[in-house]
Design a protein around this ligand. Structure first.
Ligand SMILES: [Cu+2]
Length: 315
């Protein structure tokens, strides 16, 4: 059954008005979004930040680790900003989809079930056979498919639906992060995932909101606490559709930038990285002074419309 998409024009139009009241003198903006009540939203940036899914683990005959995951597509009406409801298509009920994590050489098996109203797939970045690429094996509503491959190469990857029109399947929320750890583990750190996205809630191919981890301004109202001197490692992925670039700027410190995370030896020391869609990088840093520090897109339109947050560095 095809579910009719309901667009509540009044809400969308009023939100668009609220979001574009920036003054023209360039000195200030008056973005009036207030924080979403996390209890009423199915998007939870606190949980998403630290939730790594390692799957159901088995040992194969030759000792190989097998990791099985189940990902289900569901249509969900999600509150993506205060009072703004979006008819999303989700992996496992939320945006972004679950972060899946394996070690290089593991066998990864993803049981994919389409309980949505449209055809979908999972297209993973990384190395795998053609039939696990999630492009030609379209999974219709109530259908299922199993993707199986050997995790390779170590690095930071991602996944998203690849059914046409791909931009719309991405805009609706079908994407997530895929981490492949090297066989020799990285040094211990406080690890977190940050996925940069946007929402075109009125379907005019321009984003109305920008976020990291699903809700605009979330970490401005809920700063991420880290300890002074503690090594922080961020798995940063850009899934923003309809804008050519996105970026991540850190205040008060520079980070080691490892593009795609495939070579964790050579890095650039910087406080700015700009990425196009599908690009990703591992960032490492530590703060030496306590206090509040912003992180945000340096594209100011994006930060004004939600892509901004705070680290709270404590002793
Ligand atoms: Cu899709």
């Amino acid at each position: 059954m095809r579910v009719e998409i309901i667009v509540i024009l009044a809400i969308v139009l009023s939100s668009a008005t609220a979001l574009t009241v920036s003054s023209n003198n360039g000195k200030s903006n008056e973005t009036v979004l207030s924080p979403v009540d996390i209890n009423s939203s199915l998007i939870d940036p606190d949980r998403y930040l630290y939730e790594f899914n390692y799957g159901r683990v088995y040992k194969g005959d030759n000792g190989t680790t097998i990791r099985e995951f189940t990902i289900v597509v569901e249509d969900k009406r999600l509150e993506v900003a205060n009072g703004i409801y979006f008819d999303a298509w989700t992996y496992n009920g939320t945006i972004p989809g679950p972060t899946i994590r394996a070690t290089e050489g593991d066998i990864v098996r993803i049981h994919f079930i389409n309980n949505g109203s449209e055809p979908h797939t999972i297209h993973l970045h990384g190395e795998h056979p053609a039939n696990a690429d999630g492009v030609f094996e379209i999974v219709n509503p109530l259908g299922s498919f199993t993707y199986e491959f050997i995790a390779s190469p170590a690095g930071l990857h991602l996944y998203h639906c690849h059914v046409n029109p791909v931009d719309q399947h991405i805009n609706r929320g079908l994407y997530g992060v895929f981490i492949i750890d090297p066989k020799v583990p990285l040094k211990p750190a406080k690890e977190m995932v940050m996925l940069m996205n946007g929402y075109d809630t009125d379907f005019d191919k321009e984003n109305n909101f920008y976020t990291v981890n699903g809700l605009p301004f979330y970490y401005m109202n809920n700063p991420i606490e880290i300890k002074k001197g503690e090594l922080v490692r961020i798995y940063l992925v850009n899934m923003l559709e309809y804008d050519l670039i996105n970026n991540f700027h850190l205040h008060g410190q520079l980070y080691k930038l490892y593009r795609t995370g495939t070579n964790m030896t050579n890095y650039e020391l910087t406080d700015m990285v700009t990425m196009s869609q599908g690009e990703r990088a591992v960032l490492e840093f530590q703060y030496n002074y306590p206090g509040l520090y912003m992180f945000h897109a340096h594209a100011i339109e994006f930060s004004d419309k939600g892509w901004t947050g705070l680290f709270k560095v404590v002793e």
